[in-house]
Write a protein that binds this ligand. Structure first.
Ligand SMILES: O=C(O)[C@H](O)[C@@H](O)[C@H](O)[C@H](O)COP(=O)(O)O
Length: 267
């Protein structure tokens, strides 16, 4: 488990998106310089898509070799391919359709109009993750499950007002999962009710986990998750990386943090 979460608070959600995009560009460029490729897990939601849109408009995006970037998803709404509510559809619109990615390295989660119902579809994605976990990933076993997954350089997660991350909602079965890396979700409180999600063991295989929280509707969730709540009651509290856990907030989302947690450099 990484050390205590690091917090960075930005003035507002627009600046948070821009600064997080710049941070991601640098992380990807550094990973590609060090290992020849980078592996990133995207998140759905307004903050996640805001970051992608900010990245799309950044002149520095061309520093990334898009052909050597592996993209995965932390969760997906189990809807037909192309549905505007799918995280993959929204990521394509925000960024992916405007950069020269290698399609073989982009791994959307299965859609509901494919060959599998949601639980089997989740199993297929778990198998795809394991197949991608080559020898250089040998150490990235999703702890507790024993199942190999790729060594993600950065895994990003939006944070819901109820402290959910990916499609891991408080008290539902998926947040308690310790055997599998990807599961189907039924009856999610955030529509649509049927989803696919990485589990906490898979999330924790990432080198770095970045949690994105902007807006006053996230203030209570951030305070709960960062004040020692349990991961079943507050899934965001269980989202941490092997070497770094970074909370990227705006001032509104940080408003209820205990003063001793509020980073000194914040505006
Ligand atoms: O499928 C989804 O909806 C997301 O993956 C979900 O986990 C999202 O990131 C949070 O609900 C925060 O969403 P907002 O950033 O829109 O508040």
């Amino acid at each position: 488990m990484s050390a205590a979460p690091q917090l960075v608070v930005h003035r507002d959600k627009e600046l948070m998106a821009q600064a997080a995009a710049a941070r991601l560009i640098t992380k990807i460029v550094d990973a590609q310089a060090a290992r020849g490729y980078a592996s990133v897990v995207l998140t759905g939601g307004r903050n996640g898509n805001g970051l992608l849109a900010a990245l799309s408009s950044s002149p520095a995006k061309d520093a990334i070799d898009w052909s050597r970037l592996d993209l995965w998803w932390g969760d997906e709404r189990f809807l037909p391919d192309g549905d505007p509510e799918r995280n993959y559809t929204q990521a394509k619109e925000a960024l992916l359709d405007s950069v020269p990615l290698n399609p073989a390295r982009v791994h959307p989660m299965p859609a509901s109009d494919g060959a599998y119902e949601v639980d089997a579809a989740a199993g297929m994605y778990a198998a795809e993750l394991t197949a991608a976990a080559g020898p250089e990933h040998y150490q990235s076993v999703a702890a507790a499950t024993g199942v190999p997954v790729p060594t993600f350089d950065v895994l990003m997660l939006g944070v819901g007002p109820d402290t959910h991350v990916a499609s891991l909602f408080p008290e539902l079965p998926a947040v308690r999962e310790t055997e599998r890396t990807v599961v189907g979700v039924h009856g999610a409180p955030k529509p649509p009710p049927t989803r696919i999600t990485l589990t906490l063991p898979a999330i924790r295989a990432a080198r770095e986990v970045w949690l994105l929280a902007a807006g006053e509707d996230k203030a209570n969730a951030a305070a709960i998750a960062l004040s020692g709540a349990g991961e079943v009651q507050a899934p965001a509290a269980g989202a941490y990386g092997r070497s770094r856990t970074l909370w990227l907030l705006d001032a509104a989302a940080a408003a209820q943090l205990p003063r001793d947690l509020y980073p000194p450099a914040s505006p």
